[in-house]
Write a protein that binds this ligand. Structure first.
Ligand code: A2P
Length: 270
């Protein structure tokens, strides 16, 4: 028998096994966690990647799902922000992970919510709802975002106040971050709104844009395709509705190969 016959076939695209470094539970249905980053794993801030848990007894292969990377591309670890779905095939197990557990990480991060898919501009809007803030958690910690734009407006809309806590703390930490702290002081504006609890700013992002309340609140003129760029991440309905409104302002959807004025999350596709 030749050595080729006995050699174990190694799939070069197989996910790598990483270790959970930290897990934080923010509410009954939201948590974030970080994992080790393999030295060869490169990604652009805003991209997503497939992650999963090793197959359990009776499972043929591990279940993998697309997750936006919440940490910036320069970070040593990889962070994710997730919802807990009690009977969700992956999140029902994922929400129980502990420090030291194994996570599978695919080798190919991809995505459309990247700076390269937008034409240069003055002001960058990041419209998010719920866990849709994850890719922006990556981008607002990346100095390149502030090198490309004079002003960055991150909006985060949730149903209830507790769901804003991850984003509020993230922005607070950014302000004291040695890498981007000084840059964001007069560039990053974080606007939060709620739809199902009393709060200073109430309403869906779509409503806030249509009524002009968003622009009043931010102290800026309404969206202009000459100067403004937009990234959108939330549920499929939120993405479609927000995108339609932005298109009515004259913004066109861009991609890595053909940058334009607007990009939306595509992690749901495929
Ligand atoms: P609402 O409370 O009015 O449904 P979800 O958890 O369902 O993804 O919702 C997160 C946030 O996104 C909620 O504040 C919700 O508002 C809002 N939302 C849901 N659907 C849309 C939509 N089509 N356009 C804009 N915002 C939306």
């Amino acid at each position: 028998m030749s050595s080729a016959d006995t050699a174990v076939k190694v799939n070069p695209n197989a996910p790598t096994e990483e270790k959970v470094l930290e897990v934080e539970h923010h509410t009954d249905h939201l948590f974030s966690f970080s994992i080790t980053r393999p030295p060869s794993f490169r990604f652009r801030s805003g991209e997503f990647v497939m992650i999963g848990l090793p197959a359990e007894a009776g499972q043929k292969r591990p279940l993998m799902r697309a997750y936006s990377i919440a940490s910036p591309s320069w970070d040593e670890k990889i962070e994710f922000y997730s919802i807990k779905v009690p009977d969700g095939p992956l999140t029902s197990r994922l929400q129980k992970i502990k420090q030291g557990d194994k996570i599978l990480l695919s080798k190919k991060p991809v995505g459309t919510l990247v700076l390269d898919a937008l034409l240069p501009g003055k002001r960058l809007y990041m419209f998010s709802t719920g866990t849709g803030i994850a890719p922006f958690a990556s981008l607002i910690r990346d100095p390149e975002t502030y090198e490309r734009y004079d002003e960055v407006i991150l909006t985060h809309t949730c149903r209830q106040k507790a769901e804003l806590s991850y984003g509020l703390r993230l922005v607070e930490n950014c302000k004291i971050d040695p890498l981007v702290g000084e840059m964001i002081a007069d560039k990053l504006l974080h606007i939060t709104s709620l739809t199902r609890e009393d709060y200073p700013l109430k309403g869906r992002i779509t409503t806030l844009i249509e009524t002009g309340q968003l622009f009043e609140n931010a102290g800026v003129p309404k969206i202009n395709p000459e100067t403004d760029r937009v990234m959108i991440c939330g549920s499929m309905d939120m993405i479609n509705d927000t995108k339609a409104i932005c298109e009515s302002f004259g913004l066109r959807e861009g991609s890595n190969s053909q940058p334009a004025e607007l990009v939306v999350e595509k992690a749901f596709v495929g």
